[in-house]
Design a protein around this ligand. Structure first.
Ligand SMILES: Nc1ncnc2c1ncn2[C@@H]1O[C@H](COP(=O)(O)OP(=O)(O)OP(=O)(O)O)[C@@H](O)[C@H]1O
Ligand SMILES: [Mg+2]
Length: 537
């Protein structure tokens, strides 16, 4: 059988770095192959070569037996390659059906490409794939997860030979991932090969037949994930016994083991930092009340539409809530407030004014100047100046209207160098432009910036999206240190292991309301998963 994808001795360098060295691999029809490696290992570079976005310096790429000689995205597409990225390729003003058939719109019997023709055809396809979406709905209003399903349907409609997914689940919630995987298995059943990049090893064990591990741009190993070859699933629907272990994969990826011991917690609660009162989220009619304490890590868990990201944005003062209010309590005024009982009536009045009620947060500039850091979920748009260097991005202080860059050569550089070293950012040096960093390393730059920043409160939406499992644990350690120093930390996370590792408290959210509050320290990832899947059913 001709492999669907065959790379022979592919190498590629960039100015200042060698991203791939002599990589060979081959994927069969109907195989789901995971591509693994630490941040900067060369995964996205390999994918960009296969999709024709960039050319290899040497070596060859064959797709379904045909060589990709002059690589362009069109040439790769013509050979049957489709890629799905985190940033969705969706025309927001068209219907679901038109998006499915974006490349080749179906025609009616008079030869005209009509919306009606597309809807009719898409209905059957979506049904066959088990995708529960209205083909006539506007694609723009779909959640990120749903848009991704539309993209998969598009790949099927184009009869893709190879579908590539570069960290497709980085911002998906587990029950959204379950839907995605159902569709991926249908693709597999059709004979489509899938190349799947992920830092979530539990997903790899769930979906992949084999894994290819890259380290420092070199091919380290091909490993069977499942005994008994790919595509053969037991009739019961349970997957066959894995042929390897998580530890083995991790050791191949990093060249050493990664310790996953549970980290020690700070002691909770040192007084309120943020208080959201009667805020309404999404289309919910029931208000949410949340208080975040100094010294605690609060996790908000829930997929798109759950209100978790929206609540985080409100807590960070991005916009005033639709109803209710968000107040920030200065840590300094807490000391005054705690003197309340013993102090004179006059000073307790002052303390009450500043301490107990706090400042109304309704714009980001005010929140930022109060010491509330915010990492939004859309990094590329909101988080980084891609054209600028690492050092400039680290010194970036978001302000009203514009982003100001403070340049203070020696001291800033030293701090940046330290931050780069601490955060394990893989870069030539701190003047390297951020756009030339791998995805995970860009994420580390944003986090390093906030960790440098002297904030009192951190609101982080999916802080470790795209970050490899080794660096993740470094970040968890840092977050717990910050909380131990008295900072209030709020994370939005779809990673139960992450929540179990760092959260003191967990709010499970759905449809704009808080469905449960759990004690993070005593909730395992497995328990969180069971709990939310039960709620989703
Ligand atoms: N345009 C570029 N200019 C310079 N260096 C680049 C460029 N693109 C990628 N690199 C470098 O190539 C190496 C591999 O990057 P790549 O994006 O392939 O990593 P990755 O395995 O996808 O990592 P991640 O898990 O963080 O996404 C990195 O060291 C990166 O800095
Ligand atoms: Mg990448």
């Amino acid at each position: 059988m001709t492999p669907v994808l065959e790379l022979s001795s592919v190498s590629r360098s960039f100015p200042g770095s060698r991203a791939l060295t002599d990589v060979s691999l081959s994927i069969d029809a109907g195989e789901i192959r995971a591509l693994l490696g630490e941040n900067g290992a060369g995964k996205s570079t390999l994918i960009r070569i296969v999709t024709g976005a960039i050319a290899a310096d040497s070596g060859s790429v064959r797709i379904a037996g045909k060589e990709l000689r002059r690589p362009t995205p069109r040439a790769a597409q013509r050979l049957g390659v489709r890629a799905i990225y985190q940033e969705r390729q969706i025309a927001a003003d068209l219907t679901v059906a038109e998006n499915v058939y974006l490349e080749a719109p179906p025609r009616n019997r008079w030869g005209a490409a009509t919306r009606h023709a597309a809807i009719g055809k898409a209905e059957a396809l979506l049904k066959a794939l088990g995708i529960d979406l209205d083909p006539a709905a506007d694609a723009g209003v779909l959640t990120a997860a749903q848009q991704q399903l539309v993209e998969l349907a598009r790949a099927v409609s184009a009869r893709a030979a190879l579908v590539i997914m570069d960290e497709p689940t980085a911002s998906l919630h587990p029950y959204e991932v379950a839907t995605l995987f159902r569709v991926v298995r249908r693709l597999q059943a059709e004979g489509t090969a899938v190349l799947y990049v992920s830092h979530h090893l539990d997903e790899v064990f769930e979906i992949a037949d084999r894994a290819t591990v890259l380290r420092n741009g070199a091919h380290i190993a091909d490993v069977d994930i499942r005994a008994g070859g790919h595509g053969e699933q037991p009739a019961t629907g349970t997957r066959s016994r894995p042929a390897t272990t998580r530890e083995e994969l991790v050791t191949l990826m990093f060249g050493h083991e990664v310790n996953r011991t549970r980290l020690a917690r700070s002691t909770a609660g040192r007084g309120p930092a943020l208080r959201a009162t009667d805020v309404l989220l999404g289309r919910a009619r029931t208000p949410v009340n949340v208080t975040v304490q100094y010294g605690e890590v609060l996790a908000l868990s829930g997929g798109s539409g759950s209100g978790a990201s929206e609540l985080a944005a409100l807590l960070a003062g991005v916009a005033p809530p639709r109803s209710g209010e968000v107040r920030f309590v200065d840590a300094a005024s807490l000391d005054a407030a705690s003197l309340d009982a013993t102090s004179s009536p006059a000073s307790s009045h002052v303390a009450r004014r500043h301490g107990n009620e706090g400042i109304n947060l309704h714009d980001r500039a005010r929140a930022a100047s109060s010491g509330v850091a915010y990492l939004p979920s859309n990094r590329k748009r909101d988080g980084l100046l891609l054209e600028r260097s690492i050092v400039e991005n680290l010194m970036l202080v978001p302000r009203r209207g514009a982003a100001h860059v403070f340049y203070w050569p020696a001291a800033v550089r030293r701090a940046a160098q330290q931050a780069v070293a601490d955060g394990n950012v893989k870069a030539g040096d701190v003047s390297q432009r951020v756009m030339t960093l791998s995805g995970g390393n860009q994420q580390k730059v944003i986090l390093a910036r906030w960790m440098l920043g002297g904030s009192r409160i951190m609101v982080l939406d999916e802080p470790t999206a795209g970050i490899d499992v080794s660096a993740k644990f470094e970040i968890y350690r840092r977050l717990l240190d910050l909380a131990a120093d008295g900072l209030a930390v709020v994370i939005v996370s779809s990673d139960y292991e992450e929540i179990a590792c760092v959260a003191d408290r967990v709010l499970l959210m759905r449809d704009g309301i808080v469905t449960a509050e759990l004690d993070g320290e005593h909730s395992s990832a497995e328990e969180l998963y069971q709990r939310e899947m039960a709620g989703a059913a």
